[in-house]
Structures are given as C-alpha cells and as structure tokens.
Design a protein around this ligand. Structure first.
Ligand SMILES: [Zn+2]
Ligand SMILES: [Zn+2]
Ligand SMILES: [Zn+2]
Length: 211
C-alpha cells in the first residue's frame, strides 16, 4: 500500500478572510516545481516553489498588511508531523498560514474558529457587526499587540478600555480619557487603521480626538 504522507496547509485568504485548507501530497512537493493553491473565492492564492533541493519558498499574499510575504521552509519542517509551522505577518503579527499534519492543523484552526463562534454567539453574526470576520481579526490583532506590551497611551498608562461598535473598535485610556479608533468594517480599513505592531493612544489632555 502506498501511503502519501503529504501536509495540510491552512491559509487565511487575503481576500475573503476565511481559512482555506489544502492538502498537498508528498509527490507534488517532490516532483512539481511550482504548486499554486487557490482559495475557493477565486481571489487569492499561495504559491509553493521548490527553491533548492530540500527547500521550499511559500509566497503568501497577506491579509494583515496587504503585501506579499515569502517564507522559506525545509522539507523536513513541512513533513514533520508533530510540529505545526505557523507563518506570521512580520508587520502585523497576524497568523497567515499553518502547515503540518492534517489533524494538528485543523485542530489549530478549530480553536481559532471557536473563538469566532463565541463572538458570534454574543453579538449574532449578521445583526451587530458590519463584518464579523474582520471584527474578529481586529480583536485578535489588538489582543496580540497588548500581549506584547505594545498597547499604550502616551500618558504612560496601559489600562485601555475597549468598546466594540458595529464597524469599529474604540480604545479609551482609563487614565486620561484619550481615545483611538480602529476601523474594522473591511480588511482594507483594518489594514490602514492598524498597520504596525503597536498601538499608541494620543495624549488625552491636549489632543482628545473625536469619535
Ligand atoms: Zn478567499
Ligand atoms: Zn503582512
Ligand atoms: Zn492616557
């Protein structure tokens, strides 16, 4: 019996924002120099090219920052089943791609989507947010930024209140009342209003911005 031990790839589509699963066979990896995997929405794809004998380049259009990122992976990284490869946007830190064993990759995406489900349970899918998927991505991104200690107000405080509106998130400093808005009605808006890996609220005393 022939057992094709390929890998499963979960790719967060740069166009529709959903995770798309691909399974790629060992034979395709070994014998095809270029594999193009397209999302079902038809608007984006990732490309896996063999660059050296045992090295692959994976080009991923990024939902986080809008550019294209190229990652290099060794064939062993792709086929070694116990460890998932997580490919992050170097700009925004957003998780773009998981590669590894089928069960592990699907488990990882499931736990992501469970969190999305919680958000949907709380607010309803269509009723509250303009775009629930983008809102979820925005929350995740803000959470990641906060975890790295990069969410702060210029007054020095890092106790920030977070208010979810239908198309944006309002961040408010608890100390000086300064605020900042992260727009989250579309992928493009999110990318523009939260481009980097940190979030600084303006100094509230003088520059209190309008909501
Ligand atoms: Zn798509
Ligand atoms: Zn990026
Ligand atoms: Zn402040």
């Amino acid at each position: 019996m022939l057992i094709d031990t390929g890998a499963t790839i979960a790719y967060k589509c740069s166009s529709c924002g959903a995770f798309k699963f691909f399974s790629i066979s060992l034979f395709k990896l070994l014998y095809k120099n270029e594999n193009i995997l397209s999302c079902h929405c038809g608007k984006s794809n990732i490309m896996i090219t063999k660059s050296k004998a045992k090295e692959y380049k994976i080009a991923i259009p990024c939902i986080g920052c809008g550019s294209m990122h190229v990652f290099r992976l060794d064939i062993k990284d792709i086929l070694y089943k116990n460890d998932i490869n997580v490919l992050n946007c170097p700009e925004s830190g957003m998780k773009l791609c998981f590669i590894g064993g089928d069960e592990e990759v699907r488990g990882k995406v499931d736990s992501f989507e469970n969190e999305l489900d919680k958000l949907i349970d709380m607010f309803g899918y269509d009723s509250y947010f303009k775009n629930t998927q983008v809102m979820f991505d925005a929350l995740n991104k803000i959470h990641d930024i906060a975890e790295q200690g990069n969410l702060q107000c210029q007054c020095g405080n890092s106790d920030i209140d977070l208010l979810l509106l239908s198309d944006k998130i309002l961040l408010k400093c608890r100390n000086c009342d300064s605020n900042r808005i992260v727009y989250a009605a579309s992928n493009g808006e999110l990318k523009d209003s939260l481009p980097g890996n940190q979030l600084i609220l303006p100094d509230g005393g003088k520059r209190k911005s309008q909501v």
